[in-house]
Design a protein around this ligand. Sequence first.
Ligand code: SAH
Ligand code: SF4
Ligand code: F3S
Length: 477
Amino acid sequence: MKDYSKYFAPSLKDARKRLSKETQNLQYQIDEKLIGIGNDKTYIIKTYGCQGNLADSEKIAGIMDVLGFTEVDTEEEADVIILNTCAIRDNAEKRVFGELGRLKGLKVFDPNKLFVVCGCMPQEEGTVNKIKDQYNQVDIVFGTHNIHKLPEYLNEAYLYKERILEVFSYEGDIVENIPQKRAHEYSAWVNIMYGCDEFCTYCIVPYTRGKERSRRPQDIIDEIKELAREGYKEVTLLGQNVNAYGKDFTDINYTFANLLSDLQKTDIERIRFTTSHPRDLDDETIKVMATGKNIMPHLHLPVQSGSNRILKAMNRKYTKESYLEKIQKLRSLIPDISITTDIIVGFPGETEEDFLETLRLVEEANFEGAFTFIFSPREGTPASKFSDETPLAEKKDRLLRLNKIVNEGYARGNKRFVSDVVKVLVTSVSNKNDKVLSGYTPHFKLVNFEGSKDLIGKIVDVKVEKAYTWHLKGVIV
Ligand code: SAH
Ligand code: SF4
Ligand code: F3S
Protein backbone atom coordinates (compact mmCIF):
# COMPACT_ATOMS: atom_id res chain seq x y z
CA MET A 1 0.00 0.00 0.00
CA LYS A 2 1.28 3.42 -0.86
CA ASP A 3 1.88 5.49 2.25
CA TYR A 4 0.10 8.66 1.48
CA SER A 5 -0.44 10.04 4.96
CA LYS A 6 0.29 13.72 4.98
CA TYR A 7 0.92 15.87 7.95
CA PHE A 8 1.05 19.60 7.69
CA ALA A 9 1.18 20.58 11.34
CA PRO A 10 -0.93 23.50 12.41
CA SER A 11 0.97 26.06 14.43
CA LEU A 12 -0.69 28.78 16.49
CA LYS A 13 2.61 30.66 16.53
CA ASP A 14 2.79 30.72 12.73
CA ALA A 15 -0.87 31.60 12.56
CA ARG A 16 -0.19 34.69 14.64
CA LYS A 17 2.55 35.93 12.32
CA ARG A 18 0.39 37.11 9.44
CA LEU A 19 3.04 36.06 6.91
CA SER A 20 2.36 38.86 4.49
CA LYS A 21 1.31 36.65 1.64
CA GLU A 22 -1.00 38.56 -0.63
CA THR A 23 -4.53 37.26 -0.69
CA GLN A 24 -5.37 35.62 -3.97
CA ASN A 25 -8.84 35.33 -5.39
CA LEU A 26 -9.11 31.83 -6.80
CA GLN A 27 -11.95 30.31 -8.78
CA TYR A 28 -12.97 26.90 -7.49
CA GLN A 29 -12.66 24.08 -9.95
CA ILE A 30 -13.43 20.51 -9.13
CA ASP A 31 -11.20 17.81 -10.60
CA GLU A 32 -13.55 16.24 -13.19
CA LYS A 33 -12.03 12.82 -12.55
CA LEU A 34 -13.38 12.82 -9.01
CA ILE A 35 -17.00 13.52 -9.91
CA GLY A 36 -18.86 10.34 -9.09
CA ILE A 37 -16.58 8.98 -6.33
CA GLY A 38 -19.53 9.23 -3.98
CA ASN A 39 -22.19 7.84 -6.30
CA ASP A 40 -23.07 4.89 -4.08
CA LYS A 41 -22.26 6.57 -0.78
CA THR A 42 -23.87 8.78 1.86
CA TYR A 43 -22.79 11.53 4.28
CA ILE A 44 -23.85 13.57 7.26
CA ILE A 45 -22.39 16.87 8.52
CA LYS A 46 -22.59 17.96 12.15
CA THR A 47 -21.82 21.65 12.62
CA TYR A 48 -20.61 23.37 15.80
CA GLY A 49 -19.88 27.05 16.38
CA CYS A 50 -20.76 30.26 14.60
CA GLN A 51 -22.61 31.22 11.42
CA GLY A 52 -19.25 31.18 9.63
CA ASN A 53 -19.12 27.46 10.27
CA LEU A 54 -22.73 27.00 9.16
CA ALA A 55 -21.83 28.69 5.88
CA ASP A 56 -18.73 26.49 5.54
CA SER A 57 -20.87 23.39 6.11
CA GLU A 58 -23.12 24.48 3.23
CA LYS A 59 -20.02 24.56 1.03
CA ILE A 60 -18.86 21.15 2.25
CA ALA A 61 -22.35 19.77 1.48
CA GLY A 62 -22.21 21.45 -1.95
CA ILE A 63 -18.91 19.71 -2.70
CA MET A 64 -20.17 16.34 -1.41
CA ASP A 65 -23.23 16.56 -3.65
CA VAL A 66 -21.14 17.35 -6.72
CA LEU A 67 -18.98 14.29 -5.95
CA GLY A 68 -22.14 12.20 -5.99
CA PHE A 69 -22.63 11.59 -2.24
CA THR A 70 -26.19 11.64 -0.85
CA GLU A 71 -26.95 13.44 2.42
CA VAL A 72 -28.67 11.35 5.12
CA ASP A 73 -30.16 12.16 8.54
CA THR A 74 -28.35 9.74 10.85
CA GLU A 75 -24.74 8.75 11.53
CA GLU A 76 -25.75 5.09 11.35
CA GLU A 77 -26.76 5.44 7.69
CA ALA A 78 -23.79 7.63 6.71
CA ASP A 79 -20.65 6.36 4.98
CA VAL A 80 -18.88 9.65 5.71
CA ILE A 81 -19.38 11.48 9.01
CA ILE A 82 -18.10 15.04 8.99
CA LEU A 83 -17.70 17.08 12.17
CA ASN A 84 -17.22 20.78 11.40
CA THR A 85 -15.84 21.99 14.71
CA CYS A 86 -15.51 25.12 16.85
CA ALA A 87 -12.66 26.06 19.20
CA ILE A 88 -14.07 29.18 20.80
CA ARG A 89 -14.55 27.75 24.32
CA ASP A 90 -13.47 24.59 26.05
CA ASN A 91 -17.02 23.20 26.22
CA ALA A 92 -17.33 23.44 22.41
CA GLU A 93 -14.25 21.23 22.08
CA LYS A 94 -15.39 18.80 24.78
CA ARG A 95 -18.63 18.23 22.88
CA VAL A 96 -16.73 17.24 19.75
CA PHE A 97 -14.43 14.83 21.60
CA GLY A 98 -17.48 13.36 23.36
CA GLU A 99 -19.17 12.89 20.00
CA LEU A 100 -16.09 11.19 18.52
CA GLY A 101 -16.07 8.79 21.47
CA ARG A 102 -19.74 8.05 21.03
CA LEU A 103 -19.41 7.48 17.27
CA LYS A 104 -16.39 5.19 17.58
CA GLY A 105 -18.66 2.17 18.12
CA LEU A 106 -20.13 2.62 14.63
CA LYS A 107 -16.79 1.64 13.11
CA VAL A 108 -16.95 -1.73 14.79
CA PHE A 109 -19.97 -2.58 12.64
CA ASP A 110 -18.73 -0.78 9.54
CA PRO A 111 -14.93 -0.28 9.37
CA ASN A 112 -15.31 1.44 5.99
CA LYS A 113 -17.05 4.44 7.49
CA LEU A 114 -14.92 7.58 7.15
CA PHE A 115 -14.68 10.09 10.00
CA VAL A 116 -13.74 13.63 9.01
CA VAL A 117 -12.86 16.43 11.46
CA CYS A 118 -12.59 19.95 10.04
CA GLY A 119 -13.20 23.57 11.01
CA CYS A 120 -11.47 25.51 13.77
CA MET A 121 -10.29 22.75 16.13
CA PRO A 122 -7.77 21.27 13.68
CA GLN A 123 -6.09 24.68 13.45
CA GLU A 124 -4.81 24.13 17.01
CA GLU A 125 -1.75 21.91 17.31
CA GLY A 126 -2.81 20.56 20.72
CA THR A 127 -6.08 19.31 19.27
CA VAL A 128 -4.47 17.74 16.22
CA ASN A 129 -1.93 15.91 18.41
CA LYS A 130 -4.73 14.63 20.61
CA ILE A 131 -6.66 13.35 17.58
CA LYS A 132 -3.51 11.75 16.17
CA ASP A 133 -2.66 10.01 19.40
CA GLN A 134 -6.00 9.16 20.93
CA TYR A 135 -8.67 9.17 18.24
CA ASN A 136 -7.70 6.50 15.75
CA GLN A 137 -11.20 6.43 14.41
CA VAL A 138 -10.62 9.78 12.63
CA ASP A 139 -9.56 9.35 8.98
CA ILE A 140 -9.35 12.88 7.58
CA VAL A 141 -8.42 16.12 9.34
CA PHE A 142 -8.31 19.48 7.59
CA GLY A 143 -8.68 23.08 8.69
CA THR A 144 -10.47 26.26 7.72
CA HIS A 145 -8.19 27.18 4.80
CA ASN A 146 -8.53 24.04 2.68
CA ILE A 147 -12.19 23.08 2.41
CA HIS A 148 -11.82 23.19 -1.37
CA LYS A 149 -9.37 20.27 -1.19
CA LEU A 150 -11.95 17.90 0.32
CA PRO A 151 -12.46 15.92 -2.95
CA GLU A 152 -8.74 15.09 -3.03
CA TYR A 153 -8.71 14.01 0.60
CA LEU A 154 -11.72 11.74 0.18
CA ASN A 155 -10.27 10.20 -2.93
CA GLU A 156 -6.94 9.52 -1.22
CA ALA A 157 -8.60 8.11 1.88
CA TYR A 158 -10.57 5.66 -0.24
CA LEU A 159 -7.63 4.72 -2.47
CA TYR A 160 -4.83 4.35 0.04
CA LYS A 161 -6.67 3.72 3.32
CA GLU A 162 -4.30 6.07 5.15
CA ARG A 163 -5.11 8.82 7.61
CA ILE A 164 -4.91 12.25 6.04
CA LEU A 165 -4.04 15.30 8.08
CA GLU A 166 -3.52 18.58 6.31
CA VAL A 167 -3.87 21.94 8.04
CA PHE A 168 -2.45 25.22 6.76
CA SER A 169 -1.35 27.83 9.25
CA TYR A 170 -0.57 30.55 6.76
CA GLU A 171 -3.39 32.86 5.93
CA GLY A 172 -5.70 31.53 3.30
CA ASP A 173 -6.81 32.77 -0.05
CA ILE A 174 -10.34 33.56 -1.10
CA VAL A 175 -11.87 30.76 -3.09
CA GLU A 176 -14.91 31.86 -5.08
CA ASN A 177 -17.58 29.67 -6.60
CA ILE A 178 -17.42 26.70 -4.24
CA PRO A 179 -20.81 25.02 -4.77
CA GLN A 180 -23.05 25.79 -1.81
CA LYS A 181 -26.00 23.67 -0.72
CA ARG A 182 -27.96 26.19 1.31
CA ALA A 183 -29.83 25.02 4.39
CA HIS A 184 -32.89 27.21 3.65
CA GLU A 185 -34.63 28.48 0.56
CA TYR A 186 -35.61 31.88 1.94
CA SER A 187 -32.66 33.02 4.06
CA ALA A 188 -28.98 32.77 3.15
CA TRP A 189 -25.59 33.30 4.77
CA VAL A 190 -23.24 35.37 2.64
CA ASN A 191 -19.58 35.65 3.65
CA ILE A 192 -18.32 39.12 2.92
CA MET A 193 -14.90 38.55 4.48
CA TYR A 194 -12.83 35.90 6.18
CA GLY A 195 -10.45 35.96 9.14
CA CYS A 196 -9.88 38.49 11.89
CA ASP A 197 -7.02 40.86 12.74
CA GLU A 198 -8.30 42.10 16.08
CA PHE A 199 -6.49 39.70 18.40
CA CYS A 200 -8.75 40.24 21.40
CA THR A 201 -6.58 38.63 24.09
CA TYR A 202 -9.08 35.88 24.98
CA CYS A 203 -9.97 34.85 21.43
CA ILE A 204 -8.73 31.97 19.27
CA VAL A 205 -10.43 33.09 16.04
CA PRO A 206 -7.55 35.19 14.58
CA TYR A 207 -5.40 32.05 14.84
CA THR A 208 -7.93 29.60 13.44
CA ARG A 209 -9.26 31.79 10.62
CA GLY A 210 -6.19 33.72 9.51
CA LYS A 211 -5.86 37.34 8.46
CA GLU A 212 -8.74 39.59 7.42
CA ARG A 213 -9.59 39.13 3.74
CA SER A 214 -12.49 40.85 2.05
CA ARG A 215 -14.33 39.40 -0.91
CA ARG A 216 -14.55 41.68 -3.93
CA PRO A 217 -17.67 43.89 -3.81
CA GLN A 218 -18.93 42.73 -7.19
CA ASP A 219 -18.74 39.05 -6.20
CA ILE A 220 -20.92 39.78 -3.15
CA ILE A 221 -23.39 41.98 -5.04
CA ASP A 222 -23.75 39.41 -7.82
CA GLU A 223 -24.32 36.60 -5.32
CA ILE A 224 -27.05 38.57 -3.54
CA LYS A 225 -28.76 39.63 -6.78
CA GLU A 226 -28.82 35.98 -7.80
CA LEU A 227 -30.26 34.96 -4.41
CA ALA A 228 -33.03 37.57 -4.80
CA ARG A 229 -33.77 36.25 -8.29
CA GLU A 230 -34.04 32.73 -6.87
CA GLY A 231 -36.65 33.95 -4.38
CA TYR A 232 -34.55 34.38 -1.24
CA LYS A 233 -36.05 36.96 1.13
CA GLU A 234 -33.17 37.52 3.52
CA VAL A 235 -29.38 37.55 3.58
CA THR A 236 -27.09 37.72 6.58
CA LEU A 237 -23.68 39.17 5.74
CA LEU A 238 -20.95 37.36 7.64
CA GLY A 239 -17.58 38.45 8.96
CA GLN A 240 -15.86 38.41 12.36
CA ASN A 241 -15.65 42.20 12.16
CA VAL A 242 -17.83 43.34 9.26
CA ASN A 243 -16.95 46.97 9.96
CA ALA A 244 -13.39 46.23 8.84
CA TYR A 245 -14.71 45.14 5.44
CA GLY A 246 -12.62 46.57 2.60
CA LYS A 247 -9.73 47.78 4.76
CA ASP A 248 -7.47 45.22 3.11
CA PHE A 249 -8.18 46.40 -0.46
CA THR A 250 -5.10 48.03 -1.95
CA ASP A 251 -6.61 49.06 -5.28
CA ILE A 252 -10.00 50.54 -4.33
CA ASN A 253 -11.53 52.61 -1.56
CA TYR A 254 -14.62 50.70 -0.61
CA THR A 255 -16.05 50.31 2.90
CA PHE A 256 -18.77 48.35 4.67
CA ALA A 257 -21.04 51.42 4.38
CA ASN A 258 -20.47 51.44 0.60
CA LEU A 259 -21.35 47.76 0.44
CA LEU A 260 -24.55 48.24 2.47
CA SER A 261 -25.68 51.10 0.31
CA ASP A 262 -25.00 49.12 -2.89
CA LEU A 263 -26.91 46.15 -1.47
CA GLN A 264 -29.84 48.42 -0.61
CA LYS A 265 -30.37 48.78 -4.36
CA THR A 266 -30.82 45.03 -4.88
CA ASP A 267 -34.19 43.29 -4.66
CA ILE A 268 -33.37 41.33 -1.53
CA GLU A 269 -36.04 42.18 1.06
CA ARG A 270 -34.04 41.82 4.26
CA ILE A 271 -30.37 42.46 4.98
CA ARG A 272 -28.77 41.54 8.30
CA PHE A 273 -25.11 41.38 9.22
CA THR A 274 -22.91 40.01 11.94
CA THR A 275 -20.61 40.70 13.75
CA SER A 276 -19.98 44.41 14.27
CA HIS A 277 -17.04 45.71 16.27
CA PRO A 278 -17.81 48.72 18.50
CA ARG A 279 -14.58 50.49 17.60
CA ASP A 280 -14.92 50.12 13.84
CA LEU A 281 -18.67 50.77 13.53
CA ASP A 282 -18.56 54.20 11.85
CA ASP A 283 -20.95 57.11 11.29
CA GLU A 284 -21.28 56.31 7.58
CA THR A 285 -22.54 52.81 8.39
CA ILE A 286 -25.00 54.14 10.97
CA LYS A 287 -26.25 56.70 8.41
CA VAL A 288 -26.85 54.03 5.77
CA MET A 289 -28.61 51.86 8.36
CA ALA A 290 -30.80 54.82 9.24
CA THR A 291 -32.13 55.05 5.70
CA GLY A 292 -33.75 51.70 6.47
CA LYS A 293 -35.35 50.11 3.41
CA ASN A 294 -34.13 46.52 3.33
CA ILE A 295 -31.57 46.96 6.14
CA MET A 296 -33.12 45.50 9.28
CA PRO A 297 -33.34 47.62 12.46
CA HIS A 298 -31.36 45.21 14.61
CA LEU A 299 -27.69 45.40 15.54
CA HIS A 300 -25.59 42.84 17.36
CA LEU A 301 -22.77 44.86 18.94
CA PRO A 302 -20.66 42.75 21.33
CA VAL A 303 -19.47 44.84 24.29
CA GLN A 304 -17.78 41.99 26.27
CA SER A 305 -17.42 44.03 29.49
CA GLY A 306 -18.49 47.30 31.09
CA SER A 307 -15.20 47.90 32.85
CA ASN A 308 -12.57 49.99 31.08
CA ARG A 309 -9.80 48.14 32.91
CA ILE A 310 -11.06 44.79 31.63
CA LEU A 311 -11.76 46.12 28.11
CA LYS A 312 -8.14 47.24 27.98
CA ALA A 313 -6.90 43.83 29.15
CA MET A 314 -9.11 42.26 26.47
CA ASN A 315 -7.51 44.51 23.80
CA ARG A 316 -10.94 45.69 22.67
CA LYS A 317 -9.69 49.23 21.89
CA TYR A 318 -12.77 51.14 23.08
CA THR A 319 -14.09 52.33 26.40
CA LYS A 320 -17.43 51.99 28.11
CA GLU A 321 -18.01 55.69 27.38
CA SER A 322 -17.23 55.46 23.66
CA TYR A 323 -19.39 52.34 23.41
CA LEU A 324 -22.35 54.13 25.00
CA GLU A 325 -21.80 57.09 22.69
CA LYS A 326 -22.18 54.79 19.67
CA ILE A 327 -25.36 53.36 21.17
CA GLN A 328 -26.69 56.87 21.64
CA LYS A 329 -25.87 57.79 18.06
CA LEU A 330 -27.60 54.63 16.81
CA ARG A 331 -30.71 55.38 18.85
CA SER A 332 -30.84 59.03 17.81
CA LEU A 333 -30.78 58.09 14.09
CA ILE A 334 -32.71 54.81 14.34
CA PRO A 335 -35.04 55.35 17.35
CA ASP A 336 -36.70 51.93 17.26
CA ILE A 337 -33.49 49.90 16.78
CA SER A 338 -33.05 46.70 18.76
CA ILE A 339 -29.52 46.19 20.08
CA THR A 340 -28.10 42.90 21.32
CA THR A 341 -24.63 42.01 22.58
CA ASP A 342 -22.09 39.43 23.80
CA ILE A 343 -20.63 39.53 27.31
CA ILE A 344 -17.83 37.56 28.96
CA VAL A 345 -17.80 37.27 32.76
CA GLY A 346 -14.89 36.09 34.87
CA PHE A 347 -12.16 37.43 32.60
CA PRO A 348 -8.81 37.14 34.45
CA GLY A 349 -8.61 39.89 37.05
CA GLU A 350 -12.30 40.84 36.86
CA THR A 351 -13.29 42.08 40.34
CA GLU A 352 -16.78 42.36 41.79
CA GLU A 353 -16.58 46.11 41.04
CA ASP A 354 -15.65 45.45 37.37
CA PHE A 355 -18.57 43.06 37.15
CA LEU A 356 -20.98 45.61 38.67
CA GLU A 357 -19.85 48.04 35.97
CA THR A 358 -20.89 45.47 33.38
CA LEU A 359 -24.31 45.18 35.03
CA ARG A 360 -24.68 48.96 35.01
CA LEU A 361 -23.72 49.14 31.34
CA VAL A 362 -26.30 46.47 30.47
CA GLU A 363 -29.00 48.62 32.11
CA GLU A 364 -27.77 51.80 30.49
CA ALA A 365 -27.41 50.36 27.00
CA ASN A 366 -30.91 48.84 27.21
CA PHE A 367 -29.91 45.65 25.40
CA GLU A 368 -32.77 43.50 24.15
CA GLY A 369 -30.72 40.31 24.31
CA ALA A 370 -27.23 39.00 24.93
CA PHE A 371 -25.12 35.90 24.58
CA THR A 372 -23.28 35.55 27.87
CA PHE A 373 -20.24 33.40 28.58
CA ILE A 374 -17.81 32.49 31.31
CA PHE A 375 -14.23 33.18 30.20
CA SER A 376 -12.59 30.04 28.85
CA PRO A 377 -8.78 30.09 28.54
CA ARG A 378 -7.65 29.16 25.01
CA GLU A 379 -4.17 27.78 24.60
CA GLY A 380 -1.94 30.10 22.60
CA THR A 381 -3.87 33.28 23.42
CA PRO A 382 -2.39 35.95 25.74
CA ALA A 383 -5.27 35.83 28.25
CA SER A 384 -4.71 32.14 28.89
CA LYS A 385 -1.52 33.18 30.70
CA PHE A 386 -3.08 36.03 32.72
CA SER A 387 -3.37 35.24 36.40
CA ASP A 388 -6.92 34.41 37.29
CA GLU A 389 -7.88 34.17 40.92
CA THR A 390 -11.67 34.25 40.82
CA PRO A 391 -13.11 30.85 41.80
CA LEU A 392 -15.34 29.19 39.21
CA ALA A 393 -18.28 29.20 41.64
CA GLU A 394 -18.09 32.98 41.79
CA LYS A 395 -17.93 33.25 37.99
CA LYS A 396 -21.02 31.07 37.74
CA ASP A 397 -22.78 33.29 40.24
CA ARG A 398 -21.87 36.37 38.17
CA LEU A 399 -23.25 34.70 35.06
CA LEU A 400 -26.56 34.01 36.83
CA ARG A 401 -26.82 37.58 38.09
CA LEU A 402 -26.02 38.92 34.63
CA ASN A 403 -28.51 36.64 32.91
CA LYS A 404 -31.29 37.82 35.20
CA ILE A 405 -30.83 41.40 33.97
CA VAL A 406 -30.29 40.30 30.37
CA ASN A 407 -33.58 38.38 30.47
CA GLU A 408 -35.43 41.46 31.68
CA GLY A 409 -34.05 43.17 28.56
CA TYR A 410 -35.37 40.37 26.33
CA ALA A 411 -38.82 40.71 27.91
CA ARG A 412 -38.81 44.53 27.65
CA GLY A 413 -37.74 44.30 24.02
CA ASN A 414 -40.63 41.97 23.23
CA LYS A 415 -43.21 43.93 25.17
CA ARG A 416 -42.81 47.06 23.08
CA PHE A 417 -44.42 45.30 20.10
CA VAL A 418 -47.70 44.26 21.80
CA SER A 419 -50.70 45.43 19.67
CA ASP A 420 -48.46 46.22 16.68
CA VAL A 421 -48.79 44.55 13.31
CA VAL A 422 -45.34 43.16 12.47
CA LYS A 423 -43.90 41.64 9.30
CA VAL A 424 -42.78 38.08 10.01
CA LEU A 425 -40.51 36.01 7.77
CA VAL A 426 -41.89 32.54 8.47
CA THR A 427 -39.06 30.09 9.15
CA SER A 428 -40.48 26.95 10.75
CA VAL A 429 -43.39 24.95 12.01
CA SER A 430 -43.53 23.92 15.67
CA ASN A 431 -42.61 20.31 16.28
CA LYS A 432 -45.20 20.10 19.04
CA ASN A 433 -48.12 21.40 17.01
CA ASP A 434 -48.01 21.55 13.22
CA LYS A 435 -50.53 24.40 13.10
CA VAL A 436 -48.14 26.73 14.93
CA LEU A 437 -45.60 28.63 12.81
CA SER A 438 -42.59 30.66 13.89
CA GLY A 439 -40.66 33.45 12.29
CA TYR A 440 -38.74 36.66 12.83
CA THR A 441 -39.70 40.32 12.71
CA PRO A 442 -37.39 43.00 11.25
CA HIS A 443 -36.17 43.66 14.84
CA PHE A 444 -35.30 39.95 15.10
CA LYS A 445 -38.10 39.10 17.52
CA LEU A 446 -39.37 35.54 17.43
CA VAL A 447 -43.13 35.32 16.82
CA ASN A 448 -45.40 32.26 17.13
CA PHE A 449 -48.80 32.21 15.44
CA GLU A 450 -51.26 29.81 13.84
CA GLY A 451 -51.09 29.27 10.11
CA SER A 452 -50.54 26.79 7.34
CA LYS A 453 -47.16 25.23 6.60
CA ASP A 454 -47.01 26.59 3.07
CA LEU A 455 -46.37 30.05 4.51
CA ILE A 456 -42.80 28.99 5.35
CA GLY A 457 -40.41 31.28 3.51
CA LYS A 458 -43.04 34.04 3.06
CA ILE A 459 -43.31 37.38 4.82
CA VAL A 460 -46.72 37.76 6.50
CA ASP A 461 -48.44 40.42 8.65
CA VAL A 462 -49.02 39.30 12.22
CA LYS A 463 -50.81 41.23 14.96
CA VAL A 464 -48.94 40.78 18.24
CA GLU A 465 -51.23 39.84 21.14
CA LYS A 466 -48.92 38.87 23.91
CA ALA A 467 -45.24 39.17 24.84
CA TYR A 468 -43.20 36.60 26.75
CA THR A 469 -39.52 36.66 27.67
CA TRP A 470 -38.33 34.70 24.64
CA HIS A 471 -41.08 35.20 22.08
CA LEU A 472 -44.22 37.01 20.96
CA LYS A 473 -47.58 35.45 20.26
CA GLY A 474 -49.87 36.79 17.56
CA VAL A 475 -52.47 36.20 14.85
CA ILE A 476 -52.20 36.62 11.08
CA VAL A 477 -54.09 39.66 9.82
N1 SAH B 1 -16.14 38.30 16.04
C1 SAH B 1 -17.22 38.33 16.92
C2 SAH B 1 -17.58 37.01 17.54
C3 SAH B 1 -16.51 36.20 18.14
S1 SAH B 1 -16.93 34.74 18.97
C4 SAH B 1 -16.96 39.44 17.90
O1 SAH B 1 -15.94 40.05 17.92
O2 SAH B 1 -17.82 39.71 18.69
C5 SAH B 1 -18.44 35.10 19.78
C6 SAH B 1 -18.32 35.46 21.21
O3 SAH B 1 -17.72 34.44 21.97
C7 SAH B 1 -17.48 36.68 21.50
O4 SAH B 1 -18.16 37.86 21.25
C8 SAH B 1 -17.16 36.50 22.96
O5 SAH B 1 -18.16 37.07 23.76
C9 SAH B 1 -17.19 35.00 23.13
N2 SAH B 1 -15.84 34.46 23.34
C10 SAH B 1 -14.79 34.48 22.49
N3 SAH B 1 -13.71 33.90 23.04
C11 SAH B 1 -14.08 33.50 24.28
C12 SAH B 1 -13.40 32.85 25.36
N4 SAH B 1 -12.12 32.50 25.27
N5 SAH B 1 -14.11 32.58 26.49
C13 SAH B 1 -15.40 32.94 26.60
N6 SAH B 1 -16.07 33.56 25.63
C14 SAH B 1 -15.43 33.85 24.48
FE1 SF4 C 1 -12.34 37.23 18.34
FE2 SF4 C 1 -12.12 39.81 18.80
FE3 SF4 C 1 -11.85 38.88 16.31
FE4 SF4 C 1 -14.22 38.85 17.48
S1 SF4 C 1 -13.05 40.68 16.96
S2 SF4 C 1 -13.30 37.20 16.34
S3 SF4 C 1 -13.73 38.45 19.62
S4 SF4 C 1 -10.49 38.50 18.03
FE1 F3S D 1 -15.96 28.72 16.61
FE2 F3S D 1 -14.31 29.06 14.65
FE3 F3S D 1 -16.63 30.27 14.59
S1 F3S D 1 -13.78 28.97 16.78
S2 F3S D 1 -17.06 30.61 16.75
S3 F3S D 1 -16.32 28.10 14.54
S4 F3S D 1 -14.71 31.07 13.85
